[in-house]
Design a protein around this ligand. Structure first.
Ligand SMILES: [Zn+2]
Length: 269
């Protein structure tokens, strides 16, 4: 279907925005299209954080909250050391959410973390393992995955279809590839989920480097995913899941371990 003048114009503006919004991810050098500034990450995260804090299950004092803060402070310090240009601009904060059934944790853009008590039980007595969880979440923050994801959704929702792509013909090949990668065909499985999986892999890799920098044992990340596999029950196939399968995850972590071990021996030696 040929594009009318209006949609050509909209597309042109969006492509310009994409090119203006090209950035690289600290630590991996991956090129990222992000229409937001790091200060927007902080604002967007702070708004969502208000909502999180209104949950009566939020725990801010006591041994569990203190444990998360103690490990979290070291992780933030290490993340700031490794990614100073991003991490130092954020006000990092942690809470615990009392829900033993949720073996999970999350981070909002701008450095606000929540860890569920289910995850604290899974990592009980093992701060290296909790550091693996928080390192992963910190890496989502420093890689600005939240606003990158928002950018992807914004562009996809603007209704750009595969038929528009011929307009990109004049761009440099690397820019064209990047724009195509981001626009895709707007199909969920083809575009959005693989991006999420790549975010997860990136957070896994950068997360163990942050945990190692903080002096924690990076191998705990492997133990964590093995334990998750044990308690997680049936794992959806990797293709339909937003998260890589535990097996793929463990394999990639093994590959990254020598670098993490080097960082740890340097930081503790
Ligand atoms: Zn993640």
């Amino acid at each position: 279907m040929p594009l009318n003048a209006v949609s050509r114009r909209v597309l042109f503006v969006l492509v310009c925005l994409c090119l203006a919004g090209c950035d690289t991810v600290s630590g991996t050098g991956r090129r990222q299209v992000n229409l937001y500034q790091p200060s927007d990450d902080a604002t967007i995260g702070a708004q969502a954080w208000e909502e999180v804090l209104s949950d009566p299950k939020v725990v801010r004092t006591g041994p569990k909250a203190e444990r998360v803060r103690r490990v979290g402070d070291r992780i933030v310090e290490a993340a700031t050391q490794r990614h100073p240009e991003i991490a130092s601009g954020f006000e990092w904060e942690f809470v615990v959410i009392d829900d033993p059934d949720q073996v999970n944790a999350f981070a909002l853009p701008g450095g606000k973390f929540a860890v569920y008590t289910g995850m604290l039980e899974l990592t009980a007595g093992n701060d290296d393992m909790l550091a693996a969880v928080l390192g992963h979440e910190a890496a989502h923050v420093t890689s600005r995955h939240g606003t990158e994801r928002l950018t992807q959704l914004t562009i996809t929702n603007a209704g750009i279809g595969a038929t528009s792509i011929f307009l990109l013909g004049d761009l440099e090949p690397t820019d064209r590839d990047l724009v195509l990668e981001t626009l895709g065909a707007g199909a969920n499985l083809g575009v959005l989920l693989p991006f999420s999986r790549s975010h997860e892999s990136e957070a896994d890799l950068l997360g163990i480097l942050i945990a190692a920098e903080a002096g924690y044992d990076p191998r705990a990340a492997i133990a964590l995913w093995q334990r998750m596999a044990e308690v997680g029950g049936a794992q959806p196939t990797e293709f339909l899941s937003t998260h890589p399968s535990h097996q793929t995850r463990i394999k990639r972590l093994e590959e990254a371990m020598p670098e993490a071990e080097r960082i740890r021996s340097r930081s503790s030696g």
